[in-house]
Ligand binder design. Structure first.
Ligand code: PEP
Length: 252
């Protein structure tokens, strides 16, 4: 049985004081919640401060991105080792904003996934189709291409360290959530891809989060689908009560 996993992606929001206050509020309200894995992914600049706020709690720390090289002359970049050094457990890779706004390719993401695993970070690898892909009936073609490209060269053992986040681009930050049936269909197909590419055990173990306008009032039904194992949450992760409401939905 896969344990639900709820991760909050704070994106480029908040300032230092409000990031710490949000983390402290979550730690208080999430205390005693078991049966759900919880992570928050603040902007890189606030990771250190938030790490102190979540230390010793059941709220884990994640980063929103990293660079694939371990160190050197890469101005502005942050390595996986640096993320480990300040207490990160997870790293989001291939978020749609990095793919479509910042131009990351599957090849770039693949290098990052391999580098993250190398240092012991657990990657949350995002895949998702554009509205035009869905309208033209190519959703699964796009998802398969992103999955295979971003996860090239990943062994069955390594795959079990990875969480997949299915995030239809048209549902991110738009308020337009995929129906539980639409999401479940893609999650089931992703599991079939893992059976083909690896084996039944890998497909059974790997968690697949849904992301795209998840809110407290739609979380339970989405996460109640057989192949939806949690959520990657943007907007609703920026308020203690809404994030806690989603966590409650995952545990119900
Ligand atoms: C996200 O940032 O990955 C996301 C799913 O955002 P939102 O929940 O705001 O749609």
């Amino acid at each position: 049985m896969r344990r639900p996993f709820i991760a909050g992606n704070w994106k480029m929001n908040l300032d230092r004081a409000s990031a710490v206050a949000l983390a402290e509020g979550l730690v208080k309200k999430a205390a005693g919640t078991d049966g759900v894995d919880i992570a928050i992914c603040p902007p890189s600049l606030y990771l250190d401060a938030v790490a102190a706020a979540v230390a010793g709690s059941n709220v884990a720390l994640g980063a929103q991105d990293m660079y694939h090289e371990p160190k050197g002359a890469f101005t502005g970049e942050i390595s996986g080792a640096m993320l480990c050094d300040i207490g990160c457990k997870y790293v989001i890779l291939g978020h749609s904003e990095r793919r479509h706004v910042l131009g990351e390719t599957d090849e770039d993401i693949n290098k990052k996934v391999l580098a993250a695993l190398e240092v012991g970070l657990l990657p949350i690898v995002c895949v998702g189709e554009l509205l035009s892909d869905r309208k033209s009936g190519t959703t699964m073609e796009v998802i398969r291409r992103q999955f295979e490209g971003s996860l090239a060269g990943i062994s069955a053992e390594q795959m079990q360290q990875i969480t997949i986040a299915y995030e239809p681009v048209w549902a991110i930050g738009t308020g337009e959530v995929a129906t539980p049936q639409q999401a479940e269909e893609v999650h089931l197909d992703l599991r079939k891809i893992m059976v083909q590419r690896y084996n039944d055990e890998v497909a059974e173990v790997v968690r697949i989060q849904y992301g795209g306008s998840v809110k407290p009032d739609n979380a339970a039904e989405l996460i109640g689908q057989p192949n939806i194992d949690g959520a990657l949450v943007g907007g609703a992760a920026l308020k203690v009560d809404s994030f806690i409401g989603i966590i409650a939905g995952a545990g119900s």
